[in-house]
Design a protein around this ligand. Structure first.
Ligand code: ADP
Length: 806
């Protein structure tokens, strides 16, 4: 009963009732009984879609009503905006909401005015490192999908972040939302929280295995789904759900597969199932949606997706552009798309229920494992949990596929009857601790070795382990690493050892870099500068002149915040009417006074642990070994020998990644890049963003350490700008104008509009022609370039097109 909901901001109770939340779900009721409205800490381990978000909202809203401030931590960026949009409905009751995304090096001061802040754990970690002033004011923190503390790469961050937040504010209410895992009690013990654990779901879920001509469900029931000769099980199951009407509607399906490629091919195949079952109206609306999808980007992935969507089928994976993902999710929720083939990313978090879930692949290739590895029980349970839409479906059905009787038995044992694994902290691994030990010392959470170990005692790792020596041992080897690399100073006096971060250590922590990435980049740049200096002795007069030029430019660059790129073109030598469109000749190497090339820098950042490298596929070893020798002089640091198998392999994987970035900065078409490296547009974006961030960090570090000169800093900045805009040297100035971008910059350049200042003086018809007659775009661009009168009124697009062509 809403009457039980006291202590909320005025109007919230009524609003909830209006939303149809007249009665609390049983787990929600249990949470209220456990004191979630009174500031009690709580772990809620309940199945997907059983109303965990409302538990969090009750905690946050009551905390705010008491004058406090709440933080909601999500595991994925995509979820941050989804949750923010969800919480914004409280704004009419006076609750303000802010989402913190973007760079990892700001302190997000503006968030101080918000009642609810939504952010990823990485973002919160970086806000703490950068001294966000409002962290001290938090009274309630929610950790969504807390079972992800188990994740080797991201779990430790969540763990340490929660420990820090709880240390800053001892009375902090901690609400952790978890899937049903094997050891929710341990999480509750770690967080000193009450535990609400339940298997309750708002809608019945049957889980079964399809084999032969029927699905056997866990409740003992059976459903005949005969598969004809030559037909695929998945297709038959999707068709069966669509042909079974409830409330006058067939049921949609979610098909989980184990790779992006499989998601795409599955969507193509299932289009043959969904297509013939569409109404004329649906077909029209899907055609419109397909156009929208094509409008997002001009790539093969976009075209493939649009093609499947026209038939009511879609794929969903992490390689998709964010806009594509949300279009698909919305249309699936609206029942317009009938079937989505997805990788497991969709199972985590995003709210996209379907009547039927088909877990087509229960094994996935795992390089470390050396073959196909069965999925975790938790993962499969989360996929199954997506079945059944409350209020729409009478029940949800999750179906695993078996091709023989033995597999059927195995699937029942392994997944249907099994409990999810317990979560285990992954904190005591060197890469995780390296980062977190430095940050913990740098942001003042510990100033001695003893204090550091005491702090680490507040983590899940410490709660779980009975081998306290292990954490201390790893911590010591990490302290050694950080000291050797000049990030920490250790002072052993008497019995205690004091710790302090060096200047560069502070910088590394604030930049949110893995210390090993920082060390790699500093070493690489120092190496290159030392080599350049050795060369300089032997330099010719011409060479010296260009060094003087570059130093001049570096000086100019230091004055302003963001120097104009006229500076760079002077250094790069693309002035003096090079005229032609072939930018290949403005190779930065020889002219800038160092031998540092963009490829060298892209390789340097690609071999840091902060860059997720591309895999080497068959044949790649040969290809990139060849590239490695051809471009040997460009690498910053020594090439490992071919006999050092693992190191050499890593080097080549980084080289493949670097070549992708170089192609991007050479204006190679997105589609060509996707094809050449076997990636999706979302991946290209991801690599580009990471490279941009790392190069920005490298620039800051370079300015802070000895042995890296101004030329190197300049080379880093130039390489960063090129990857940021995806353009060659000569377009840097133009591409820096808002709304221009790499393709438009190239077309403008070819029409003779070569710089930002050209944009201010150019004939409007020429600009309009280069922008393919798009008046609004042209006006906006001229405005951003600083033109007084950007209006295109009366400029003839046809005439201008032919003007541009001549
Ligand atoms: P979870 O976070 O556990 O996966 P959600 O919080 O997204 O699940 O809840 C799933 C759906 O149930 C949401 O659409 C939500 O509005 C609805 N819901 C939550 N609590 C109630 C309730 N007490 N009564 C009716 N609907 C509810």
């Amino acid at each position: 009963q809403p009457t039980a909901l006291s202590g909320l901001p005025a109007g919230v109770g009524e609003a909830l009732e209006a939303e149809g939340v007249a009665d609390l779900y049983p787990p929600q009721e249990a949470a209220v009984e456990a004191g979630v409205l009174d500031g009690e800490s709580l772990v809620a381990a309940v199945p997907t879609a059983s109303g965990k978000t409302l538990i969090a909202e009750l905690a946050m809203l009551s905390a705010i009503e008491r004058g406090g401030k709440a933080l909601y931590i999500v595991p994925l960026r995509a979820l941050a905006s989804e949750k923010k949009a969800e919480f914004e409905r409280w704004e009419e009751h006076g609750v303000t909401v802010g989402v913190s995304t973007g760079n990892y090096d700001s302190d997000g001061e503006w968030l101080a005015t918000r009642d609810v802040i939504v952010a990823t754990s990485e973002k919160v970690d970086s806000l703490i490192r950068n001294g966000a002033p409002w962290i001290d004011d938090l009274t309630c923190v929610v950790s969504d999908e807390v079972h992800l503390v188990d994740d080797a790469s991201r779990g430790p961050t969540l763990e340490v972040t929660l420990a820090k937040l709880r240390k800053v504010n001892s009375g902090l209410q901690t609400v952790a939302l978890s899937a049903t895992v094997g050891n929710a009690d341990v999480i509750a013990e770690w967080l000193d929280a009450e535990l609400v654990e339940s298997e309750w779901r708002p809608i019945d879920l049957r889980v079964g295995v399809h084999f032969g001509n029927a699905i056997d469900f866990d409740d003992g029931s059976k459903r005949e789904v005969p598969v004809d000769r030559g037909e695929e099980q998945t297709a038959r199951l999707v068709a069966d759900a669509l042909d079974t009407e409830e409330d006058g509607q067939g049921g949609s399906s979610l098909v989980f597969v184990n790779s992006r490629r499989n998601a795409e091919s599955s969507a193509r195949k299932l289009a043959d199932v969904t297509g013939p079952r569409l109404t004329g109206d649906e077909r029209d609306r899907l055609r419109e949606l397909a156009e929208e999808i094509r409008g997002v980007s001009d790539t093969d992935t976009s075209e493939d997706l649009a093609g499947a969507v026209e038939s009511g089928s879609a794929f969903h994976h992490a390689g998709l552009a964010a806009d594509h993902r949300s279009l698909i999710e919305d249309a699936f929720r609206d029942r317009l798309i009938k079937c989505v083939s997805a990788t497991p990313t969709l199972a985590a978090g995003v709210n996209t229920p379907a009547r039927r879930v088909v877990v087509r692949d229960w094994r996935r290739y795992d390089g470390e494992f050396g073959g196909m590895k069965p999925l975790d029980v938790l993962e499969v349970h989360q996929m199954c949990g997506r079945a059944g839409r409350p209020g729409l479906d009478p029940y949800g059905e999750a179906v695993l596929l078996a091709s023989d009787a033995d597999t059927k038995e195995e699937l029942f044992d392994r997944y249907v009857w099994a409990d999810a694994e317990p979560v285990r902290s992954k904190l005591a691994a060197e890469p995780a601790l390296r980062t977190h030990v430095l940050a913990t010392v740098a942001s003042g959470f510990a100033s001695t070795r003893g204090g550091l170990l005491e702090f680490l005692d507040n983590t899940l790792y410490a709660t779980q382990t009975d081998d306290a020596g292990r954490l201390a041992a790893v911590t010591d080897s990490v302290l050694e690493y950080l000291a050797v690399n000049g990030f920490l100073e250790r002072d052993r006096e008497g019995g205690s050892e004091s710790l302090s971060a060096t200047g560069i250590g502070h910088t590394v922590s604030r930049l949110y870099l893995d210390p090993m990435s920082a060390a790699t980049m500093i070493d690489g740049l120092r190496n290159a500068c030392a080599a350049a200096e050795a060369d300089e002795g032997a330099a010719t007069g011409k060479y010296e002149r260009s060094i003087a030029d570059a130093a001049d430019a570096a000086g100019a660059a230091d004055d302003g915040e963001e120097p104009g790129f006229g500076t760079y073109s002077r250094v790069g030598g693309s002035d003096g009417g090079s005229g032609g469109t072939d930018a290949g000749d403005d190779d930065a190497a020889g002219d800038s006074g160092t031998d540092i090339t963009p490829l060298g820098l892209y390789h340097l950042v690609s071999r840091t642990p902060d860059m997720y490298e591309l895999y080497l596929k068959s044949g790649d070893r040969e290809t990139y070994t060849e590239v490695c020798y051809e471009r040997e002089t460009e690498f910053l640091g020594d090439v490992p020998s071919e006999y050092e198998d693992v190191r050499f392999e890593d080097w080549l994987a980084a080289l493949k990644t670097a070549r992708l970035l170089e192609d991007w900065a050479d204006e190679v078409d997105e589609d060509r890049i996707a094809e050449r490296y076997g990636v999706g547009p979302g991946d290209i974006r991801g690599k580009v963003d990471t490279a941009e961030w790392l190069l920005r960090a490298a620039e800051t570090l370079a300015a802070d350490v000895d042995g890296v000169d101004g030329d190197a800093v300049l080379a880093v900045r130039r390489a960063r700008k090129r990857v940021e805009y995806g353009v060659r040297e000569q377009l840097l100035d133009l591409a820096g104008v808002r709304n221009v971008g790499r393709k438009r910059a190239r077309r403008l350049y070819e029409a003779g509009v070569e710089t930002r200042s050209d944009l201010r003086d150019a004939e409007k018809a020429v600009v309009l022609g280069a922008l393919r007659g798009r008046e609004r775009t042209a006006e906006r661009i001229l405005e951003h370039a600083g033109r007084e009168d950007p209006s295109m009124d009366g400029i003839d697009a046809d005439r201008s097109a032919s003007a541009a062509a001549t």
